[in-house]
Design a protein around this ligand. Structure first.
Ligand SMILES: [Zn+2]
Length: 298
């Protein structure tokens, strides 16, 4: 089976890497994956994973809620409560950064379509891409949304979107350079690009080390910190306009990390650790468990 290995840093083009951290896939396979770090800029990349055509196996879990929308378990209940709150927050953020309330929106990796449905009902013209056929089917039956397949992204017209969003998606995308080039091409001159990703510079990442749930190997290929995200944006002619925290992710990720460690009272310990992480990142978004980056075209 073909493997995906990166030999040149997509952020700074350096070619020498060092071993960084080894983590287990707790979700699906139980396999261990090794994350390496660029010796120049420090960008972290999961090594020796399956290529784009073959990685679907690692997404086959009922627990993978962003795709399957199952309702089981305490964590999923929290997830759904938080999702409803976050839909409102994302909507306000998109309106604020674009200065519009009814433009054209592209959501890349739209999952089961909750965000696009929310935006569509509030006046935005929406387009979405999604790799999972099951998620696309759900979006169609639940919200009557016709999500595009991943490769259809590259056929969309130049300068056609006021806003492009990726909510916890960029870290999953094999073809990082092609995607960033395409976002630049698809965005209108005054458009905005919003990218939300986990942050391994966060307090919870540093506390949980290899148990940190947001390493999520091998599904997460790229592991971002604020510095490299800014550099990556600049490389593709984007300018970083704002950095915002996603505080709820600290709770969710900390509880999952405690479960991976098999500690007793994982939920309570995770809530405690999540709260510490949240407090410590309150005035430092670049230390938040997950971070939202807002870019404009240069
Ligand atoms: Zn680098």
């Amino acid at each position: 089976m073909a493997k995906f290995n990166v030999h040149q840093c997509p952020v700074c083009e350096h070619k020498i890497f060092s071993a960084f951290i080894s983590c287990k896939d707790y979700f699906v396979s139980g396999e261990v994956f090794h994350i390496k770090k660029c010796n120049n800029c420090g960008f972290a990349i999961t090594g020796n994973i399956d290529d784009e055509e073959n990685i679907d196996y690692f997404y086959q879990s009922d627990k993978y809620i962003s795709h399957s929308d199952t309702e089981e378990g305490f964590l999923n209940e929290i997830y759904h409560l938080v999702r409803d709150y976050m839909l409102g927050r994302k909507h306000r953020l998109v309106n604020k950064v674009t200065g519009m309330n009814n433009g054209k929106l592209l959501d890349v990796g739209a999952g089961t379509g909750y965000f696009l449905n929310h935006m569509n009902r509030r006046g935005w013209q929406v387009t979405g891409t999604e790799k999972s056929a099951a998620a696309r089917k759900f979006a169609k039956s639940e919200f009557n949304l016709d999500l595009l397949e991943t490769n259809e992204l590259f056929d969309l017209k130049d300068n056609s979107f006021d806003e492009i969003t990726l909510w916890h998606v960029l870290e999953h995308i094999h073809r990082l350079p092609e995607n960033l080039e395409t976002f630049h091409r698809l965005l209108k001159p005054m458009g905005r690009l919003i990218i939300a990703v986990p942050n391994h510079d966060s307090y919870d990442a540093q506390y949980y080390e290899e148990f940190w749930a947001a390493w999520d190997v091998p599904r997460h290929i790229w592991h971002f910190k604020a510095k490299q995200m800014k550099m990556l944006g600049e490389k593709y002619r984007f300018r970083l306009r704002a950095t915002k925290p996603m505080p709820f992710d600290a709770f969710y990720v900390s509880i999952m990390s405690e479960q991976y460690k098999k500690t007793k009272f994982a939920i309570f310990k995770g809530l405690y650790r999540g709260k510490l992480s949240w407090i410590r990142s309150m005035f430092r978004p670049e230390k938040s468990s997950s971070v939202i980056y807002v870019f404009s075209k240069n």
